[in-house]
Design a binder for this molecule. Sequence first.
Ligand code: NAP
Length: 371
Amino acid sequence: MVANAPEIPSEMDRRFMAAAIRLSRRNLGLTGTNPSVGTLIVRDGVIVGRGVTALGGRPHAEPQALAEAGELARGATAYVTLEPCAHHGRTPPCANTLVTAGVARVVGAATDPDPRVSGQGYAILRAAGIEVTERVLADEAADLMAGYLTRSISLRPEVTLKLAVSEDGMIGREGEGQVSITGPQARAQVHVMRAESDAILVGIGTALADDPELTCRLPGLAERSPIRIVLDRAMRLPLSSKLVRSARDVPVLVASCNVTAASERREALATHGVTFIAAETYENRLALPELLEDLGAQGILTVLVEGGAKTARHFLEEGLVDRIALFTGQAIVGAGGIASPIKRDLVPEGFKLQREARFGEDEYLEFVRTR
Ligand SMILES: NC(=O)c1ccc[n+]([C@@H]2O[C@H](COP(=O)([O-])OP(=O)(O)OC[C@H]3O[C@@H](n4cnc5c(N)ncnc54)[C@H](OP(=O)(O)O)[C@@H]3O)[C@@H](O)[C@H]2O)c1
């Protein structure tokens, strides 16, 4: 056999990698600027160690899985959903930790675009005589790490546009606030998506019309409500809104212009715990690419845009949507309806269908941008 020749992944490799990817999902949205990575240590077909990137991003998955495996790691196979890191900080790189633990083989999924890692993690392993198989279920692993990968490559968070659309293609009714479009199962799924996101974003139109709370209210997951961002040039967010009233518990960030200028509104909102991010404007709107770049610089990897219509349109027009999460309910909104910019038979060019599901009576279609 040629030294270091890539192994063809077996069915067993694919199954263990699929399990590692499922494990990595556990800490999505909780690992700061690091991706949520899963690692399994497998010996003679049995999982002897498990690790997922810890809350806040450290420790990484590999040392945790190796610690659980202990001596059983020697001669075992490690399944890692992302190439092991190769750069020294205060702790050794994960590639070296795998070498020291004596694993015989490493199976990797996604490749890390971080120039300090890219290819170098695998090179350290190979130089130590470890057999490496790369890119097993790479696309599936990358899909869960899309926030980390997008921020590494494009210096902005991954943007998911979520819309609930009625059977007749509407997202609401003019002047009526929240209109029931989907059922409880679909709404619960949206709360899961919130829990796995770093930030939720809406336009001030939605904040005024719907008075939404935008938190994750699933039993046991309330702690996972992410920061809520409102596009609000003139700081119109009411002090009596649910967002402001809950700002001390779950952060609210108002994206606005003139955030440094002292004003009564600013002071009043700040008193309730609302914080601000300065945004530039063009054509009387907030400049979204720059805003996203600033959010990325603050460590936000994923933004779930939850409407409304104008906000959805502007993100789409500017090519800033990476993923579309489209729920279609059976409700008919009828007269006075606000047309959705996206419907199941009206999806912008450059997106492909990635996932289909049903939540109760509602249809779910997920589209990703083809890169
Ligand atoms: N079914 C669903 O999935 C869903 C989800 C959410 C909302 N909705 C419905 O949508 C309706 C509200 O939609 P909407 O279009 O009126 O309001 P919207 O998109 O929520 O908010 C639009 C406002 O946000 C501010 N904004 C600032 N910069 C912006 C930018 N770059 N792009 C977009 N907006 C920017 C603008 O106000 P300023 O200039 O004052 O800052 C703008 O008027 C409600 O009826 C609600 O029920 C439906």
